[in-house]
Design a protein around this ligand. Structure first.
Ligand code: UDP
Length: 381
């Protein structure tokens, strides 16, 4: 079959790789001048540090299949994300753990004492938290919520936490021990030579033709047997129901001598500090040695027409616009929507890869059995 693949981020690159390996001809359209989507990394010419050009990407997963898959394309170096957070002029450890609680409340609690204490300060009358704010108040109480989450979330999403879904906060664990690993997953690591190499290897196949700086016109879908679309779903339908809201990020790069902040990521949780975090890229490659440093101050804002979309903004209320697009997507023939932009979901890299693998396998099976390929997979609800 001859397929078009729109987007050369993880969704598109994984599908192209798996289909080309099975003998299908893949034409990849990537609107940017490089592959890798927001995972793209490159060496900074001044410092030679590997930069995460679109902000920090730490690979973590519980999915052994995904872990084994990515390890075919890069050596992954041991890396544990240990985030620090500054609030009210003091530095703490995130995610909220026993050290955070003890330092914040100036206590020496044991795990069970800390648990009992948080239960006491938490809001007990919230049964099933729907909003980000309710989730925080129920599991952390007012003070930790105000210090670490309220201001940061207002800056990050531009929306009050009471209007955001609880699922956003559920990404972060709360621990009553001293484990300060930001992620709960079994596997975590950093690709030794950066992410871009993974995409180059994924897309290196005689049956894959890669078109960078090329937009895909949905009107040309009939030139192909099937289209895998990982661009924005609203763009595919020419914004017929208006633009789905996204947050975009601005990075203000600056250079420093030696070690600027002593770790890869420091969050700035106070609302009056305009940026959300500072990333010092060389700490993502602790096995390398660099005298000079490059850092990014990260600012979040509403995504305008020419901006790069990062985070889909899903409000607790109002889902009508998205539902209208999903309905159209489900009816579209010979197209499959996938990935963060194609299905408008806040996806981590590992989930994106896992879903792309399933999409490719579903297609291969459909070809074998003469079935139609669904345009929207059940997993992508
Ligand atoms: N968050 C926060 N304070 C922090 C870190 C995270 O309020 O110091 C909130 C914020 O709303 C964020 C969400 O928790 O969007 C999920 O955090 P995560 O670190 O997963 O965000 P990402 O790295 O994906 O931007």
């Amino acid at each position: 079959m001859e397929v078009a693949i729109v987007g050369a981020g993880f969704s598109g690159a994984v599908v192209a790789h798996l289909l080309a390996k099975s003998g299908h001809k893949c034409t990849v359209f990537e609107i940017r001048s490089h592959l890798g989507g927001n995972c793209y990394s490159e060496r900074d010419p001044k410092t030679n540090v590997m930069k995460h050009v679109y902000g920090p990407h730490i690979f973590h997963t519980d999915n052994e299949r995904v872990w084994n898959f990515v390890n075919q394309f890069s050596e992954f170096m041991p890396f544990v994300n240990r985030v620090k957070a500054i609030t009210g002029g003091r530095v703490f450890s995130l995610p909220v753990n026993l050290l955070t609680i003890n330092q914040f409340f100036n206590k020496t609690f044991s795990p069970s004492e800390a648990k009992a204490f948080i239960e006491q300060v938490a809001e007990k009358d919230i049964d099933e938290p729907q909003s980000f704010e309710d989730q925080a108040l129920k599991f952390l109480g007012h003070d930790l919520y105000e210090a670490f989450f309220k201001g940061y979330t207002l800056k990050q999403w531009g929306i009050h936490p009471s209007d955001l879904p609880a699922s956003i906060l559920k990404r972060l664990p709360v621990r009553f021990n001293y484990d300060d690993n930001y992620f709960n997953h079994k596997y975590q690591g950093m690709p030794k030579n950066g992410y871009t190499e993974i995409f180059e290897k994924l897309l290196e196949h005689p049956l894959i033709s890669l078109n960078l700086s090329s937009d895909f016109d949905p009107d040309s879908k009939s030139d192909f047997d099937h289209v895998f679309y990982s661009g924005p779903v609203d763009k595919y339908f020419k914004h017929k129901f208006g633009r789905l809201p996204y947050r975009t990020l601005d990075f203000e790069a600056f250079y420093a001598e030696g070690d600027y902040q002593g770790t890869a990521v420091i969050n700035y949780c106070d609302e009056q500090v305009p940026y959300t975090r500072i990333t010092e890229h060389k700490h993502f490659s602790p096995w390398e040695d660099h005298a000079h440093s490059i850092c990014y101050r990260e600012y979040s804002r509403s995504c305008g027409n020419g901006d790069i979309p990062y985070y889909p903004v899903k409000l607790l209320s109002e889902q009508g616009q998205l539902d209208s697009y999903i309905k159209l997507a489900k009816q579209e023939k010979n197209v499959t929507f996938l990935g963060r932009l194609g299905t408008y979901r806040y996806l981590d890299m590992d989930v994106t890869i896992a879903e792309a693998m399933i999409v490719a396998e579903t297609f291969l099976l459909a070809c074998e059995q003469g079935n139609t390929m669904p345009s929207w997979l059940e997993e992508s609800k």
